[in-house]
Structures are given as structure tokens and as C-alpha cells.
Design a protein around this ligand. Structure first.
Ligand SMILES: Cc1cc2nc3c(=O)[nH]c(=O)nc-3n(C[C@H](O)[C@H](O)[C@H](O)COP(=O)(O)OP(=O)(O)OC[C@H]3O[C@@H](n4cnc5c(N)ncnc54)[C@H](O)[C@@H]3O)c2cc1C
Ligand code: FES
Ligand code: FES
Length: 490
């Protein structure tokens, strides 16, 4: 077992062990490696000042470069990666074309946000070049939703991004030859133990090894994309202790498009889920477009969103109505991996963060059955981008003639967990589609839910939101059924 983390930083080999291995990456860069171009403002993944580009080693190769927030990424999670910071984008013969475009368009004033914007846009250009597509203003906006600027104003920044021709920009991979890095990573022992004796951090290489560690250290925290855990750590709300990070477990990256279901491994990022499900579940993929930012979605996982068990987790209402099942593994007495499959309704037990899950288990995959149902997913939040839901709503249904069938609905943000709506489902199931039906259902839901008041909205506000979301669903279904509302749904 290796006792140091190894990665490349702007083409140079670097190692970290002991307390350095558990620093947040931004701290390592700024204070230990003399690279202060990467900035820190919020330390919560919200502002993008700390954005860097990472290519991870898997199956013998370094993958594509993706933007991520270095303020909430622990150094150990970078093992066997190549990291490019804003300093590393510059070439021997001048600035990177994104940097040049920012200068030309006057996209920087105090400059504190600029390295983050530059890294996000360099990642965008690299991806557009790979896909052979041109850059438009919408693409620049989408790729910079995770970057905030307090002084320039966004127009010059968007102009800078929009002015770049990906065809004229070198691949990021060409700036730093991958072959020598890949050769070294291939020969490294993939199992790692770093951290301290009291708070060891394990990076297992296989699922069996991860489960063995889980059995031996039941108090250890499982670490995946770290986007929830990183924020908790920086806020001092997560006590130091053993960690089992899943980044090196290849089995967990598998995505399978089976005859009757998709199987999404626990380490598949939300950015990949958004792409992979875009044809079969366009509503869910569309909802993920307004989930967090690209930097967060490049690290965060669907499994992590579910396991975090937040009552306002945005994917959970969809997972409930899509009737997903969860593959949960543990090490059996004979030392073999044992996997049980549990339905989402049984898995979410109803209390705050109460799941059917024990300390020796790991969620390995989420199975989403294919279906011919329609889905409606609505997220009500104060801002459209990079905001937490006040109320999240999901519905699944089929229209048969003038009636509804197969109705399932779920709400987030109104109870201790994401809840189903059995009374309202019953009202809609088999019912004739007409506007009065949705008015009655919306009133029922509003009267039944008992949300708490918090900083995002009072209980009364949330109740009204619930009613409005049900009416929005009604409006959509009336349209889909070719009926227009005989009265305004209010
Ligand atoms: C700026 C920002 C914006 C965000 N925006 C949104 C948003 O719009 N909507 C939203 O719902 N969330 C949002 N989040 C929250 C977060 O990004 C998601 O919950 C994300 O999906 C968590 O995934 P992760 O892989 O990073 O989990 P981690 O942080 O690594 O882990 C989260 C929890 O799940 C457990 N866990 C993870 N994987 C497994 C596994 N395989 N088996 C067992 N336990 C596991 C961990 O132990 C931990 O308790 C945001 C976070 C940030 C910082
Ligand atoms: S410092 Fe704000 S996202 Fe990292
Ligand atoms: S240039 Fe000052 S914050 Fe963006």
C-alpha cells in the first residue's frame, strides 16, 4: 500500500503525505506550492475563484480536463491526476487564447475572479474543440454559472468567452504530454493510505478492498465527490476522523444501458449523468442543468446526492417517482462482496437523514428502470442558477385517452425527507383530465403539507409554492392532452 499521494501539477510531479495530503487543494497550491494564482473567496464551492482543471487517470489513460473547485477538494482526492492551474495555462510563446481574449475584451478589473473564469472557459473551449462545436453566448453562460465577479460586470467576460475559436486553440493535453504521466500512474500501487494514524485516509483500488476497509473501520466517512463533505469540513462541522475515498474504485464508474434499466455506478459524476440520460430522461437531464455549477457537477455524484439525504436534495424527488432501486454492498462472512437491492421507497425511511443503510455498507449503483412515462420536474429557488431549492417537485404519469395513469409524485423541502404524495396520487390516478381536478389536487396538497420556515422561505410561502407547482403540472398535462384550461388555474 502506497503511503503518499502522487499527482502532476502543471506537468511537474508532486507528492503529498501526512498532514499535507488532507489539506484542501487550494491551500496546498497557494501556501505549499507557491501558486497563488488560484484564489479563495467563499471556500464553499459557490464563487469559482478557486477553479482549476483536472484530468483523472482511469483505465490506463488521463481523461478529459474538467473544471473543479479546489477549495472543497482534499489533496488526496487528486491522486493519479494531472492538474492545470491558471499559471499552467500560459505557454512558452505567450498567454493562453482564453487569457488573451480576457485582456482584449477587458474582462478583468480587480482580477480576483479572473483566474477562475479563465480556467472555467479554458475547460469549456477544450470540451468544445473535442466535440467539434462552436462557442456561443449560451455555452459561455452555462460554463460560467459557477463563477462570480463583483466588479467587471459579466458582459465583457461573456464577450471574451464568445470570441474564442476552439479550432485555433491547442488541446490542453498537448500542453503537457500525457504518456510519461500515464506510464508512471500505471506502475503505481493503486491502494493508498495517507493522513495520520488517528485519522487515516484510505484510497482503495477495488470494491472488495473498499468493503474490507468499511468493515474494519465502520466509523470511517465515505468520501465521493466531496462537494457536501468539503463544505462541512471548511465550516468546521465535520470532525476529523478516518475516511474511505472511492476515487480509485473502477467498478463504481460503470454506467450500463441495459434492456430494461440504466445502472449508474456510485462514482459517475452528475455532469456525466446529465449527458448519459439526456435522450431517455430529458426532464431529469434538464433539471440537472440548473443543479449547482459545472465545477460542482464534474466532482459531485448522484449517489452522493442521495446518500447526503437532504430533504432538499434535488435529484431525490426524481429518483422517488422513477422507482429506482439501489445496489448496496457489504463484505460477507466468507469475504465475498454481497449486494442487496432495495427500492427507493423502502430506502428512505422518513425521518431526517434516516436511510435503510448500515455502517459496513457502500452504495455501489443506482438502477433507473426504463419507462414510457412522462416526467415533470420543477425546482423553485430564489435564483435560477447555483441555488438551493426552496421546494422541489417531481411527477410521473401517463396519459391514456382523457385519463391519467401510473401517477407518482414527490416533494422536497416540505418535510424531514423527500416525501411521496399518496393522497394526491390517488386523486389523479385514473381520473379524467380536466382543470377542476388539478385545482382540487393542488388545494389538497397545500392543506396537507406542513413545511418548516427557514431562511429560504416561510412555511406559508412553501405551502403556496406546493399549490402552484401542482397547478403548473395541471397546466402541462392539460396541454399535453390537447385540452386547454377552461378556467385560469390559480
Ligand atoms: C456550491 C454548491 C452547489 C450545490 N448545488 C446543489 C443543488 O443545486 N442541488 C442539490 O441537490 N445539491 C447541491 N449541492 C450539494 C452537493 O453538490 C450534492 O449533494 C452532491 O450530489 C453530493 O455528491 P458528492 O459525490 O460530492 O458527495 P460527498 O460530499 O462526497 O458525500 C455526501 C454524503 O454521501 C455519502 N456518500 C457518498 N457516496 C456514497 C456511497 N457510494 N455510499 C455511501 N455513502 C456515500 C458521504 O459519506 C456523505 O455523507 C451543492 C453543493 C455545493 C457546494
Ligand atoms: S473559493 Fe469560492 S468556490 Fe472555491
Ligand atoms: S474582476 Fe474583480 S471580482 Fe471580478
Amino acid at each position: 500500500m502506497r503511503n503518499e499521494v502522487v499527482f502532476y501539477l502543471n506537468g511537474k510531479r508532486t507528492r503529498a503525505s501526512g498532514s499535507e495530503s488532507t489539506l484542501m487543494l487550494s491551500d496546498l497550491l497557494r501556501y505549499e506550492r507557491g501558486l497563488p494564482g488560484t484564489k479563495v473567496v467563499c471556500a464553499e464551492g459557490d464563487c469559482g475563484a478557486c477553479t482549476v482543471l483536472v484530468a483523472r487517470f482511469r483505465n490506463g489513460h488521463l481523461g478529459e480536463y474538467r473544471s473543479m473547485n479546489s477549495c472543497i477538494a482534499p489533496v488526496y482526492s487528486l491522486d493519479r491526476s494531472h492538474l492545470i492551474t491558471v499559471e499552467g495555462l500560459k505557454r512558452a510563446d505567450g498567454l493562453h487564447p482564453v487569457q488573451e481574449a480576457m485582456v482584449r475584451a477587458q474582462g478583468s478589473q480587480c482580477g480576483y475572479c479572473t483566474p477562475g473564469f479563465v480556467c472555467s472557459m479554458a475547460g469549456m473551449v477544450d470540451s468544445a474543440k473535442r466535440k467539434g462545436c462552436a462557442i456561443d453566448s449560451k455555452m459561455v453562460r452555462n460554463h460560467t454559472t459557477g463563477n462570480l465577479c463583483r466588479c467587471t460586470g459579466y458582459e465583457p467576460i461573456l464577450n471574451a468567452g464568445g470570441s474564442i475559436d476552439p479550432g485555433k486553440v491547442p488541446n490542453l493535453a498537448s500542453l503537457y504530454p500525457h504518456a510519461p504521466m500515464e506510464a508512471e500512474f500505471e506502475n503505481l500501487d493503486a491502494s493508498v493510505r495517507v493522513g495520520s494514524p488517528e485519522a487515516p485516509v484510505f484510497l482503495p483500488a477495488t470494491l472488495a478492498e473498499a468493503l474490507r476497509l468499511r468493515a474494519d473501520h465502520p466509523q470511517a466517512k465515505i468520501v465521493s465527490g466531496m462537494t457536501d463533505l468539503g463544505v462541512l469540513t471548511n465550516k468546521g462541522k465535520l470532525v476529523a476522523g478516518p475516511r474511505i475515498a472511492l476515487h480509485g474504485v473502477e467498478e463504481l464508474y460503470q454506467f450500463t444501458d441495459g434492456s430494461d434499466a440504466f445502472r449508474i455506478g456510485a462514482r459517475v459524476s452528475l455532469a456525466d449523468v446529465e449527458d448519459l440520460l439526456s435522450a431517455s430522461f430529458p426532464e431529469f437531464s434538464g433539471m440537472l442543468k440548473i443543479f449547482a455549477s459545472p465545477q460542482i457537477k464534474h466532482s459531485a455524484t448522484l449517489a452522493g446526492n442521495l446518500m447526503n439525504a437532504s430533504p432538499i436534495g434535488d435529484s431525490t424527488p426524481f429518483l422517488r417517482v422513477a422507482e429506482v432501486t439501489l445496489m448496496i454492498s457489504r463484505l460477507g462472512a466468507s469475504g465475498q462482496v454481497e449486494t442487496r437491492e432495495v427500492g427507493i421507497d423502502a430506502f428512505i425511511k422518513g425521518g431526517y437523514k434516516e436511510l435503510d443503510f448500515t455502517g459496513d455498507e457502500i452504495l455501489t449503483a443506482i438502477r433507473i428502470p426504463k419507462s414510457d412515462h412522462c416526467y415533470a420536474l420543477f425546482k423553485a429557488s430564489t435564483r435560477k442558477d447555483l441555488d438551493i431549492s426552496t421546494v422541489a417537485f417531481a411527477a410521473r404519469y401517463r396519459i391514456r385517452g382523457d385519463r391519467l395513469e401510473g401517477v407518482r409524485m414527490a416533494l422536497g423541502g416540505v418535510a424531514a425527507s423527500v416525501v411521496r404524495m399518496p393522497d394526491e396520487e390517488q386523486m389523479l390516478e385514473g381520473a379524467q383530465i380536466e382543470s377542476g381536478l388539478f385545482l382540487r389536487t393542488a388545494d389538497s396538497a397545500q392543506n396537507r403539507v406542513k413545511p418548516l420556515s427557514d431562511v429560504r422561505g416561510s412555511s406559508i410561502f412553501r405551502k403556496v409554492l406546493v399549490r402552484n407547482l401542482l397547478l403548473k403540472l395541471g397546466d402541462r398535462i392539460l396541454n399535453e392532452a390537447g385540452l386547454s384550461a377552461s378556467e385560469v388555474l390559480v
